[in-house]
Write a protein that binds this ligand. Structure first.
Ligand SMILES: [Cu+2]
Length: 408
């Protein structure tokens, strides 16, 4: 007997990724030899991997407990049987395809596949391999100033700032922006996720020559000879200028901690003051490009800073029951706001709209598609950015998760 297992209901290698959010999967019997006249068989799925690697769990539908091993009854006629698979919380992958899924009938192995539990992690805790793949993809996206990274730099400027800052759309806009960038990184290396700088904790491993670089006292950032970020070019200028005003073996002083940020209030209107502190405070804990909106996107660290801002929102959403639901008033600030910041509005630049009150150009085209998931679509509205795990709108999830924010 042989079975075939498809992750995200696809046989493509680019579909073999899961997060904490359950992915639709399916199994069928492709060769019924040895069925002994039975119309169906119980197939046991097990996640097999080293303790330091990823692991997955299964369930049959959209509710109920996850398990591994997990038994699924499959007919011999070749019809697909659906199930769901998710990363086991706390067991993100470290390497591509480091999880093996075995299918057994009794003790006999009848099929197997591999997958990756791809999760946005605390960048301070990456393995050297994860770190190096992440910065290699980033450097490739920049391609010494000639790559598609230019669009991301050009999306975040003084002229576009009102689309993204100073109003409720700050968090949804940057969520879309990071997701667009992450999908471009994954086009280069599908094993990569966008990792975050947890700026309220010491992160000495980020500020090294092998990772985001070490600054001298005028802000020139130095890299090790093997670090591909040494070739970084933006706006025609070689290198990165960043001058920390804090000891990079410690956290910047004066920032709200994670607990203080999440504790700002159970209402989005109260929570979104985090755009000032910690978000703005983290930016101005440096001199150099990252300290101003118009130039921040020249520095790759900016994206890791914002990834933590987005994670804080995700954590707040989870801890304040059901803040994924745009229909619930406390999940968003519904005070009438400039265009681009109200729930029904589409967001620039992915909507391609130019001319006042939108900016004069729309760099980068529509939001990058994912080979796994359909949400949030190529021209998302503000309201489309809240439910990133598809808690309300399952199965429309966005295909990212944070290492310490489970699927509810
Ligand atoms: Cu910004």
């Amino acid at each position: 007997m042989d079975v075939e297992i498809q992750i995200n209901n696809s046989s493509s290698a680019s579909s073999k990724f899961v997060g904490w959010t359950p992915s639709p999967c399916r199994i069928r019997i492709t060769n019924p030899a040895g069925s002994q006249g039975q119309a169906q068989h119980d197939i046991r799925l097990t996640s097999v991997s080293a303790a330091s690697a990823g692991a997955v769990v299964f369930r049959s539908g959209t509710t109920g407990a996850f398990a591994s091993p997990f038994t699924v009854r499959v007919p011999i006629n070749g019809n697909w049987v659906s199930f769901f698979m998710a990363g086991r919380f706390g067991r993100a992958s470290v390497n591509l395809n480091d999880v093996r899924i075995e299918a057994r009938r009794g003790n006999a192995l009848v099929g197997s596949t591999t997958c990756t539990v791809r999760i946005r992690k605390n960048a301070n805790n990456l393995t050297p391999g994860e770190r190096d793949r992440f910065i290699a993809a980033f450097a490739q996206l920049n391609n010494q100033g000639a790559g598609p990274f230019t669009n991301f730099r050009d999306m975040h400027t003084n002229v576009s700032s009102p689309q993204a800052h100073g109003a409720p759309g700050f968090l949804p806009w940057h969520r879309a922006y990071l997701l667009d960038l992450e999908r471009e990184l994954q086009r280069i290396d599908p094993s990569v996720a966008l990792h975050y700088w947890r700026f309220d904790r010491p992160s000495p491993n980020i500020f090294t020559r092998d990772f985001m670089g070490v600054s001298d006292n005028i802000g020139t950032v130095f890299f090790s000879p093997t670090n591909p970020l040494q070739f970084w070019v933006t706006d025609g200028v070689q290198g990165i200028n960043r001058r920390p005003f804090f000891n990079t073996n410690a956290a910047p002083p004066g920032l709200r901690t994670e607990a203080e940020t999440i504790g700002l209030g159970a209402n989005f209107t109260a929570f979104r003051v985090m755009e000032g502190n910690p978000h703005g405070s983290a930016h101005v804990s440096f001199g150099g490009s990252i300290s101003s909106i118009g130039t921040a996107a020249r520095d790759p660290l900016f994206f890791m800073l914002h990834c933590n801002v987005d994670r804080l929102w995700a954590k707040w959403q989870r801890q304040n029951n059901n803040r994924f639901n745009a229909a619930q008033a406390v999940a968003y600030d519904n005070t009438p706001s400039p265009i681009g910041h109200n729930l029904p509005n589409t967001m620039w630049p992915w909507n391609g709209i130019t001319g006042p009150p939108r900016p004069p150009t729309a760099p980068g085209g529509t939001l990058a598609a994912s080979p796994l998931v359909s949400a949030p679509g190529n021209s998302p509205r503000v309201r489309d950015m809240l439910d990133y795990q598809g808690q309300i709108s399952a199965p429309a999830y966005m295909g990212f998760d944070y290492d310490d924010v489970p699927f509810v």
